[in-house]
Design a protein around this ligand. Sequence first.
Ligand SMILES: N[C@@H](CCC(=O)N[C@@H](CS)C(=O)NCC(=O)O)C(=O)O
Length: 229
Amino acid sequence: MTTLVIANKCYSSWSLRPWILMRHHGIVFVEMLIPLGLPDTRERILLLSPSGKVPALIEDGVAVWESLAIMETLAERRPDLPIWPRDPAARAHARSIAAEMHAGFGALRNVLPMNLGKRYAHRDRGEKLAADVARVIALWKDTRARFGADGPFLFGADFTAADAMYAPVVTRLDTYDWPVDGATRAYMDAILTLPAFKEWLSAALRETWIVAEDEIDEEAIANFRGAGA
Ligand SMILES: N[C@@H](CCC(=O)N[C@@H](CS)C(=O)NCC(=O)O)C(=O)O
């Protein structure tokens, strides 16, 4: 049996990464959602994930935590699926950009928390954030130019672990109305219209939990919660 432990779909960007990869590739799993910010949240997560963080994958009694480790384990156990690109140079590049996301982009993650329920007007939110966003957009363009000719994703036709790693960034640029060029928008739309993403979003918008630390102190220009998708 395969279980994926996740947190709130509206806010948990790390949970979205393996979830969308697994759903897109048709990996059958049981989803266990532990809401963030409740009195028993930490205790419940610790029963399943030694780090006290989600996501965690539990397969045949073995727990794997950290989103990147989960994706590597899924790829190793299901070599038939194109979780990483088949071509060695593309695969090395995919691993590098996935690790870059996993380890970095602190300003992007702190200043623009994932919040699928709201939309905010674009404004200047600091140089560090602007530098992180510029790097992400440059990295997407470079990857697509080198490896993405045969489809809409970073490595072309297949939605890979690298796309899954950056899916929450796509939502952030959308939520915070970041002005982007047409090619970047086309990549974002490929992610935002993916059936697996639409399924996650629809569930996120039906959630009723509010996680205060992921709600920025600013008037939203749209609130989608409660409406479904
Ligand atoms: N580096 C970890 C980050 C995981 C993480 O920070 N998860 C958050 C939810 S998005 C969490 O579990 N928080 C638990 C809590 O705040 O109690 C990964 O890649 O999985």
